[in-house]
Each structure stands twice: as C-alpha cells, then as structure tokens.
Design a binder for this molecule. Structure first.
Ligand SMILES: Nc1ncnc2c1ncn2[C@@H]1O[C@H](COP(=O)(O)OP(=O)(O)OP(=O)(O)O)[C@@H](O)[C@H]1O
Ligand SMILES: [Mg+2]
Length: 251
C-alpha cells in the first residue's frame, strides 16, 4: 500500500523569490513510492518554479529537499537526476537535430548512467513506453506536439527515475491523447514510481491522482483528496474565470 511505504520525495519549507517577487514561501510536501500527487493552481502560482527548485535547476532560498532519506538540497541537478529524480518541461526541450532514440539515449547514458547495450536497452524501453517506437528514427525537431510531449516523457523515463515530476505533459492534447498520457501515468504508478503531476486538465488529474495539492498565493492553499480539494471554497475562488468549468465537471 502506497500509504505505508517511506516517502520517495520530501520537501520541507521551500521558499523562492525572484528579485522582489516572492513566488512561494514555506512549501512542504511528501510523495511516496507508487503514489501520484496532482498539483493545480492559477497561472503564475509558481508550480513550474517549484519543480525547478525540487530538481535543483533553480536555487532555493530556504528549505530542504530529500530523496528517500538522503538530503539532496545541496546537490546539483544532474546529481539529483542520478539519484532517481526526473522531470519533464512544460515547453519541450529536446535536442532538435538528434533522433527520438538518440535523445533518449543521451538521457539513459548521462542521467541513468547506463553504458553500452544497457543504455540502449533502457532508452528503447523508454521510447516504447512513451509510445514513440514508430517515430524512433525521426529527428526531434520534426515532431508534432503530442510526440514532443511523449519525447519529454521518454527522456525522463530513460533516466530510470524513482520520482518523476511532470509539468503539463497533457496540455494542448486532444481528449484521446490525454487518455493515453493518463494510461502511461497509471502504468508508472503501478511500477512503484512516485509521480508529481502539474496539470490544468483537471479531469485528467482526477482520473489518476491519489492526492491533490493546490498552490496559490505563494503557499499550499489546500492539500488532500481530489474531492476535498476541488470542493474547497478557496480553491474554487482562485480558479474562477480560468478553470471553473473544468472544476464543475470534475467535482
Ligand atoms: N527565471 C525567472 N525570473 C523571474 N521571474 C520568474 C522566473 N521564472 C518564473 N518567474 C515568475 O515566477 C512566477 C511563477 O512562475 P511559474 O512559471 O512557476 O508559474 P506556474 O504556476 O508554472 O504558471 P503556469 O500555470 O502558467 O505554467 C511568475 O510570476 C513568473 O513570471
Ligand atoms: Mg508552469
């Protein structure tokens, strides 16, 4: 049972500002192996910045990040990746001139630390899992939106993560495409990967997450079961005018 396993990722009191802009203060969360935590919040709430602080590409002002029981707060982003922490980017960031498979191979070699045929095997598994086997020889720069999103996922999976942070991986996709992404996330959860998924498509989140966290006004506004968070008056207020319809249909 996910609730009885030890936390795969722990954030304690994270704070981040850019010059005079306080993005968030004192944000804490826990994520267990085989658990999916959904993160929602208005545009500009700091969701992507939170992922960057967790992965170490953006420096935190204060707070701690633990992977398992190890404090990685002072570790570089590549080092955290080698400790099993992977992410996707809201705006896909492939090596445009390289093929889909080569992109995954770079991730397997440098993030997953697999050499030779072990790296190729891990990269190929990630490409297949992301549903890109038919596109494996295509240059990343030629891919359409769905396949670019899939490649983000393949690159992250090719590092063999125990904790996977997804940033709007389903944004801009059609409903059947979103369903495919949900299926992939379910499979990862069943394999014991801890998944944090930022998404504005609330019905996609509610079909797979165990818990939901709403980040707004620079803090964790509400965290709990998807039903409790979506019915919370303050959560509904901060979404009014943006995703109110999605909340209505998901609640
Ligand atoms: N490198 C940066 N320098 C200065 N300000 C930044 C930087 N990165 C993000 N911000 C600001 O921090 C705030 C949070 O941005 P962030 O991208 O984390 O929000 P978000 O919740 O992911 O929004 P969205 O739902 O639109 O993706 C915004 O006001 C943004 O303009
Ligand atoms: Mg964002």
């Amino acid at each position: 049972m996910a609730a009885q396993t030890s936390p795969a990722l722990t954030a304690h009191g994270l704070s981040k500002h850019f010059a005079s802009l306080v993005v968030f203060e004192d944000v804490s969360l826990q994520l267990r192996a085989g658990e999916v935590l959904g993160v929602v919040g208005p545009n500009g709430a700091g969701k992507s910045t939170l992922l960057s602080v967790l992965t170490g590409t953006v420096r935190r002002d204060s707070g701690r990040v633990l992977l398992g029981s190890e404090d990685v707060s002072g570790h570089s982003a590549p080092d955290r990746c080698r400790h099993g922490l992977a992410r996707t980017y809201q705006v896909p960031r492939p090596f445009h001139g390289m093929s889909v498979f080569e992109n995954a191979l770079v991730a397997a070699r440098f993030g997953g630390r697999r050499r030779g045929s072990a790296g190729e095997q891990l990269a190929w598994q990630a490409v297949v899992r992301a549903g890109l086997e038919q596109q494996s020889e295509r240059r990343a720069g030629e891919l359409g939106l769905l396949d670019r999103k899939r490649l983000e996922l393949a690159k992250a999976l090719a590092t063999d993560p125990s904790v996977l942070l997804l940033d709007e991986i389903a944004g801009g996709l059609t409903d059947p495409e979103v369903e495919q992404v949900v299926g992939i996330v379910r499979g990862l959860r069943d394999d014991g990967v801890a998944v944090l998924w930022i998404e504005h498509i609330v019905h996609a989140l509610t079909s797979v997450v165990d818990r939901l966290l709403c980040l707004a006004g620079g803090r964790v506004l509400r965290e709990g079961s998807p039903e409790a968070v979506l019915q919370d008056a303050a959560v509904r207020r901060v979404y009014l005018g943006s995703t109110a319809d999605a909340l209505e249909s998901a609640a």
